[in-house]
Design a protein around this ligand. Structure first.
Ligand code: HEM
Length: 655
């Protein structure tokens, strides 16, 4: 025993000394930049965070429900702490600041101009290679690659995202949502998350690789030559992705998560079969048309085949091999399924919580259906009807502002990089910008939540109000003033055009690495809600506490394994409605009163109980309390929240 203790103690001392030295070095580098900085013993991107992240999330679950974010000492040790923090760190340290830790330093920005700058300077701020390796279970892809490799990938992956793909998404979403609505109408209440995830997988299976899945038990049976059905393989990969990415295959196979390994292998086998079928179709000269026209896999193979045909002798290869096709199809799936499904879940909960807002969306759906029927169409079409959804997309953008499903956009500096910031208090005698230089290998995180909750960019940022997106200047629009639905800038049926200042809404990112699937996702969103709300209204299930749900969704998340995940499932139900687009839609003011009414502080015995529960980890809890914010800060928090005009929602029970 003693023989083991000595080397262990020695190792601990060496590691600790090394970390102290590294912290000192990082601090020196931070000082040189001239930016404000703070310390953290562990930062969210380092390996230790795999430990601190779940531990702190578990410890502070109930604390977070109070609505004042993470305790200061803990926040930077939590992966994607930004959602719960809602920009508080930036109020404290400034729009741009550094977090210094023994593992290096990270620059966080909630400054829209810098965020935009980072997104557009593709070569100056690159994706961190070691993190990108994590999203390559099937090899490099358009999301994970950089430089010339990215140029090679984007050339073949961008063309498939045309209108044929969006049309397919539209039609398949309507079909899948039809199944869902039937199943919802047949039951008293249903769990939202599982149904929406299944719908998302089914839509992606069709639009991603041309496989139509029905909501029948048959789809769960494994076909010959397979151990799992396609749906189960997909779900297995999604569910066990962290283990698939983190563990070597030989270990995964022998671990308690070996079903993840089987799913991974099965998914690969399915994809290789699909690729072989589609390639044979292309080679046979029967045209590039798959049975499911517009799917991304076939379109990508077709683009790749064209590249091969046009390749000049001696030139470098520009077409994909099977591994590259597989890597990208998988990535389309990952990039598209989770993001869109979570957006739909957040939107469903929002509608269930805000009846008036739901009436506005239903009103638009009714009107567009009426027009379609008058023109002889039974179903809405992508070409004719999707462009008419104005309020619907304003609603989607507002959901994405309040629940930014892609929380951070992370980059690293390959070499020293200058950043230019505008001074907070400009004066004619001072320069208009101040330049700072970030050292090489400095992490840079665009804090989307920080930007979206910054009152300089979004007045009353905590208020979820689609109307701001329909105003001529969304960044200056106060949701509690005028109803802008009928301003001349947004006549009904005109395509939705967001007019925000660039950089203030980066949920889809901007610049050369912006989302390829933006229109794909908006088409899925609109088709889903148009189908559900045509005849139904979404309600919270019986006995579900409205205040608790709102507080839960606004104050907590399940972290962001891939994208911001809702903190848990909510039971909802549907009720039929008759078409009732009143000429007099509810006013914005009424919606706000309604919102504030819903946000009364909940009673706090739940928190007392949870604090009692937490006390069983005795010493840990004491440490936590000692290091948490002092009481005075809670009062400050109330003041800040009140200043935001949001006391009812999260502030009132802090004292
Ligand atoms: C609400 C839905 C979605 C959101 C919020 C979203 C957001 C984003 C963001 C922020 C990025 C940039 C990430 C970065 O640079 O670090 C991105 C990239 C990307 N997205 Fe999306 N996305 C959504 C849906 C989709 C869908 C449906 C697909 C495909 C089916 C897709 C495919 C991609 C791809 C391929 C990239 C990589 C582009 C590149 O690096 O060149 N996304 N997305």
């Amino acid at each position: 025993m003693l023989s083991l203790t000595v080397p262990l103690v020695a190792l601990t001392i060496v590691v600790s000394l090394f970390r102290v030295y590294s912290l000192w070095e990082s601090r020196r580098a931070a000082r040189k930049t001239g930016l404000p900085y703070t310390y953290s013993p562990v930062h969210e991107l380092e390996t230790w965070a795999y430990l601190t992240n779940p531990l702190l999330r578990w410890m502070y679950q109930d604390y977070l429900m109070k609505g004042h974010g993470w305790p200061r000492w803990a926040r930077f040790m939590v992966k994607d702490w930004m959602y719960e923090d809602k920009g508080r760190a930036h109020e404290e340290f400034g729009d741009v600041f550094l977090v210094v830790s023994p593992a290096g330093m990270i620059c966080y920005t909630a400054d829209a101009q810098l965020a935009l700058d980072v997104c557009t300077r593709r070569k100056d701020f690159i994706k961190p290679r070691e993190k990108m390796k994590m999203i390559e279970p099937f090899g490099p892809n358009v999301v994970s690659s950089e430089g010339n490799l990215w140029r090679f990938h984007i050339r073949i992956t961008a063309p498939p995202f045309g209108d044929a793909a969006n049309r397919l998404v539209w039609v398949e979403t309507i079909r899948q949502t039809g199944f869902l609505v039937s199943s919802w109408s047949a039951s008293e209440s249903m769990a939202l998350k599982s149904d929406i995830y299944l719908l998302g997988v089914n839509v992606m299976a069709c639009a991603g690789f041309g496989r139509r899945i029905d909501w029948t038990d048959n789809s769960k049976a494994a076909p010959e030559g397979h151990e799992m059905s396609l749906v189960n393989a997909i779900f297995g990969v999604v569910l066990y992705l962290p283990y698939i990415l983190l563990l070597p295959q030989w270990l995964l196979k022998r671990s308690p998560w070996k079903v993840g390994y089987t799913a991974y292998k099965e998914f690969e086998q399915y994809m290789r079969e699909f690729i072989a079928v589609e390639k044979a179709r292309i080679a046979s000269g029967s045209g590039y048309e798959s049975k499911v026209k517009g799917n991304l896999l076939t379109a990508m193979l077709a683009t790749s085949a064209d590249e091969e045909k046009n390749l000049k002798q001696g030139a470098q290869r520009t077409s994909f091999n099977d591994d590259e096709v597989l890597g990208n199809v998988f990535m389309f799936f990952m990039a598209g399924y989770d993001t869109t499904a979570n957006t739909i879940i957040f939107a469903c909960v929002t509608l269930a919580l805000d009846e008036d807002l739901q009436e506005q969306v239903i009103g638009e759906v009714d009107r567009i259906f009426e027009e379609a029927v008058a023109e002889g169409r039974e179903e809405l079409s992508y070409t004719h009807d999707f462009p008419k959804f104005n309020y619907m997309l304003a609603f989607m953008y507002e959901v994405l502002r309040v629940y930014p499903v892609v929380l951070p956009i992370g980059r690293i500096t390959p070499s020293p990089q200058h950043i230019a910031l505008s001074p907070k208090s400009p004066s004619p005698t001072k320069p208009t910008t101040i330049t700072h230089i970030l050292p090489p290998s400095c992490g840079l995180i665009i804090n989307n939540t920080g930007i979206h909750y910054n009152p300089t960019y979004w007045p009353s940022p905590h208020l979820l109000s689609p109307s701001r997106w329909l105003s001529p200047n969304p960044n200056a629009h106060h949701p509690n003033t005028t109803n802008t639905l009928t301003t001349p800038q947004n006549p009904p049926n005109s395509p939705f055009t967001p007019r925000h200042t660039r950089g203030t809404f980066l949920t889809f990112s901007e610049g050369p690495r912006a989302c390829l699937g933006k229109r794909f996702a908006t088409a899925e969103f609109a088709a889903f809600f148009a189908t559900v709300l045509r005849r139904h209204r979404i309600k919270l299930g019986d006995g579900v506490e409205r205040d608790e749900v709102e507080r839960w969704y606004r104050c907590c998340s399940a972290g962001s394994p891939i994208t911001l995940a809702p903190p848990g499932d909510v039971v909802v139900s549907t009720e039929e409605h008759i078409q009732q687009w009143a000429n007099n839609p509810p006013s914005t003011k009424r919606r706000i009163e309604n919102y504030q009414h819903h946000c009364q502080p909940p009673n706090c015995h739940r928190h007392v109980a949870s604090y009692c529960f937490l006390s069983f980890i005795g010493a840990l809890t004491k440490l936590r309390e000692a290091l948490s914010q002092p009481a005075g800060d809670a009062e400050k928090n109330v003041a800040i929240i009140e200043e935001r005009g949001h006391a009812n929602a999260y502030g009132a029970n802090l004292s």
